[in-house]
Structures are given as C-alpha cells and as structure tokens.
Design a protein around this ligand. Structure first.
Ligand SMILES: [Mg+2]
Ligand SMILES: [Zn+2]
Length: 164
C-alpha cells in the first residue's frame, strides 16, 4: 500500500489574492497577497501539497469566461513559482444555483476538496483547508479535512501554529 499525501487546501479570494468584495472579473483586479509567499514555501517544504479550491460563480453569471479565469490563475502560478512555490492543482466551481442549478462542488459542498483528495491520493486526516468564510470551514469538515478560518487577507503565517 502506498503512503498517502498530505495537503493544505487554500481558498483563493481573501487568502491568496486580495478580497475585492465580489468576484474578481479581470486580471487588473487580481492582486496577489505577497505576504504568503514564504509561508506557503515553508508548508511545501514540510511536505504539504498546495491545492486551491475556489467558488467562481461569476462564470455561471457570464461576468467573465473560463479563459479569463485561466489568465488570472496563470498569473497566480507565475508569481508563486518565482518564489519556489508550486500549486499542485487549482479547482474551481463555475456554477451558481441561480443560473446553473445545484452542483456538488460549490462550497460549502465538499466536491472540490473530494476531487483533489481522490486525484492526489491525499489523507484528509492529515490535511487542512484555509479559508476566509465559514463555508470554507464547512466544506473542509464535510471532506474530513480540518478547516482553519482566517480574516480576509490575513497572513497565513498567523495561523501556522494550527498546522502540524
Ligand atoms: Mg475567500
Ligand atoms: Zn459547482
């Protein structure tokens, strides 16, 4: 039996980039929070996979396209890569109940996390989900992962003591 991986799942807005109060629709409004570069490098060096899980209902609302979202995520990955940090994957829910009906991936549902857990052979019991909304913690709990609630744009270094 192969050994399982551990992961720190990360919400996007308010955790990796500045919370703008609503969906970020374009690259100019996508401001990466540079205070987390070193902290995520440390977690990566401690053996955690870093996986993003984000609600992007703005796609269902046609506020932006999947191509525009991909552009923002390429920018995010590039800035982190310059600091030696690699995201294993970026999962997003493109749905919105008012436009596309219910889905199993929009947080607080755990679908995005469950996909990552299955795809990368992750042990949820050794893993965490850092988010700035109660629904992030709920999604983590539903996936068997420990949720850590931060304030929007709060440095992750301030909650590092909650991660084994
Ligand atoms: Mg958020
Ligand atoms: Zn969804």
């Amino acid at each position: 039996m192969s050994e399982k991986n551990k992961a720190v799942f990360l919400d996007r807005d308010g955790v990796l980039n500045q919370e703008m109060g609503d969906y970020v629709c374009k690259l100019e409004d996508f401001h990466v929070l540079e205070h987390n570069f070193g902290t995520l490098k440390e977690l990566q060096d401690r053996g955690y996979l870093l996986i993003v899980a984000t609600n992007q209902g703005g796609i269902a609302k046609s506020w932006y396209t999947e191509d525009q979202l991909a552009e923002m995520h390429a920018h995010l990955k590039k800035l982190y890569a310059e600091h030696g940090v690699e995201f294993t994957d970026i999962y997003y829910c493109p749905h919105h109940p008012n436009f596309t009906g219910d889905c199993d991936c929009r947080k607080p549902k755990p679908g995005l996390l469950l996909r990552g857990i299955a795809a990368y052979n992750i042990d949820p019991a050794q893993s965490y989900f850092i988010g700035d909304r109660e629904r992030d913690v709920e999604a983590g709990t539903a996936a068997g992962v420990k949720g850590i609630l931060i304030n929007s744009d709060q440095p992750i270094s301030e909650v590092l003591d909650q991660i084994a």
